[in-house]
Design a protein around this ligand. Structure first.
Ligand SMILES: Cc1cc2nc3c(=O)[nH]c(=O)nc-3n(C[C@H](O)[C@H](O)[C@H](O)COP(=O)(O)OP(=O)(O)OC[C@H]3O[C@@H](n4cnc5c(N)ncnc54)[C@H](O)[C@@H]3O)c2cc1C
Length: 397
């Protein structure tokens, strides 16, 4: 096993795999350390929608074929409110920008298979990852099946998600952190049933939010707003289907077809940001530094935005011996993150039933939904954020 590399990446989620891929394309070597098994990361169900910025990145780095498949590009979405279905035409409102239905596990699979086809190092089932000397010359130690290993690297990149070790390596007193908890969760299901709509359908109903999404023509992913402390035992299949049917009923021809539920999970809704994304030669990327509630489908896109900034900066360091972009990484990443965070928070409040909301809160939400549907300015702003704020927005801000 190699004991030295230019970049040691902790975590083989989308951030780690895409970062390693871009670095490899510009001749920078890396080793990825992943705590879970190969099989587990290939089967982790999470994001479904990626925005135009991420579509553009994946096209640029060699994965344009994905977007030629039928049904992948979505030019809009449906919003059911007051039992009426409204289509938000994102493409028209933004002058040509869209989103894509490209499940996270497909992204992980594509990048993992590609890395393996090039026989580049990725170590699974690592435990006890410890990062030392990250200020000057990082040393990473870990175990695999109780054997001890050490790697020295020029840089160590924490792509290890919200619960990873990288952020926790930086002393707490040096990390300004911001946290927002939401008073509800999502119950997510995967079901073997036919696709009922070409595009995603969001529903804001008195009984709570619901989302009809898809993973393939035969497998659908759906979510229901549920109480914060809900347990899976409280949600038998009959209750799940009847709530989904109630909340998504409308004047449209979108009509759920019940099927076997093959997976159920509870997703907590929270926002978190650690504003310390760099400490010496340790950098944090994606969910390791920040998370958003999934309501606006932004988390993976913000992770890819970090990957782009950091890979460009690392390339500049090796090719031009210049650290300016590395020093700017944190500030640039946070600008993009806070835009995504504000929009995710906005979409969460717009779509979800206010918990313990009084009649004032509920009337405000109703007014906001009506405004979003009936005002071109409001729907245009939503569409611009949903499809991903173009990168040139940040060049002068
Ligand atoms: C229900 C749900 C729906 C979502 N939908 C969307 C969506 O539609 N669009 C969107 O853009 N985003 C969405 N997201 C957010 C998206 O899934 C995340 O933002 C994305 O997974 C972040 O990728 P990451 O690689 O930064 O982190 P992760 O995916 O969390 O990957 C981290 C990796 O690091 C590994 N790891 C952790 N600790 C260690 C350690 N100590 N040592 C080594 N490895 C470690 C983990 O096993 C994992 O493989 C959704 C999230 C949820 C929960």
């Amino acid at each position: 096993m190699k004991t030295k590399t230019q970049v040691c990446i902790i975590g083989a989620g989308p951030s780690g795999l895409i970062l390693a891929h871009i670095l490899q394309q510009v001749g920078i070597d890396s080793i990825i350390l992943e705590k879970n098994s190969r099989n587990k990361i290939l089967n982790r169900v999470r994001a479904g929608i990626i925005d135009q910025n991420t579509i553009d990145v994946l096209k640029t780095i060699g994965f344009s074929h994905v977007f030629k498949k039928q049904g992948v590009i979505h030019e809009g979405f449906n919003l059911i409110f007051d039992n009426q279905c409204h289509r938000i035409d994102v493409n028209e409102l933004t002058g040509g920008r869209s989103v894509a239905l490209h499940p996270q596990q497909e992204i992980v699979k594509d990048f993992l298979f590609h890395r393996e086809s090039l026989a580049l190092p990725i170590l699974f089932n690592v435990s006890n990852v410890t990062i030392k000397n990250y200020e000057t010359s990082p040393q990473i130690s870990f175990n695999i099946e109780e054997e001890d290993y050490n790697i020295s690297a020029d840089f160590v990149i924490g792509c290890d998600g919200y619960h990873g070790v990288s952020r926790a390596t930086i002393p707490k007193r040096e990390r300004p952190e911001f946290f927002k908890d939401y008073p509800f969760s999502w119950l997510g299901i995967l079901t073997e049933s036919p696709r009922v709509s070409e595009e995603l359908t969001y529903a804001s109903h008195n009984a709570g939010f619901a989302l009809i999404s898809s993973r393939s023509p035969k497998i659908q992913r759906m979510y229901l707003q549920c109480p914060k402390n809900s347990t899976l035992e409280e949600w038998d299949d009959e209750r799940v289907w009847s709530e989904l049917e109630l909340r998504t009923a409308s004047d449209s021809n979108i009509s759920l077809i019940r099927g076997e539920i093959i997976k159920k999970d509870i997703v907590s809704m929270r926002s978190f940001v650690c504003e310390k994304m760099q400490a010496g030669r340790l950098y944090l990327v994606g969910d390791a530094a920040h998370i958003v509630p999934p309501s606006a489908a932004k988390g993976l896109n913000l992770a890819v935005s970090d990957v782009c900034l950091l890979s460009t900066a690392i390339q500049d360091y090796y090719q031009n011996n210049c650290s300016n972009l590395l020093n700017q990484y944190e500030g640039e990443a946070l600008k993009r993150f806070w835009r995504g965070e504000e929009f995710s928070n906005f979409a969460t409040r717009l779509f979800h039933k206010p918990v313990n909301g009084d009649s004032f809160d509920i009337r405000q939400q109703t007014s906001a939904l009506r405004y979003m549907i009936n005002s071109r300015a409001a729907s245009k702003s939503f569409a611009e954020n949903y499809s991903g704020i173009p990168q040139d927005f940040y060049s002068n801000s």
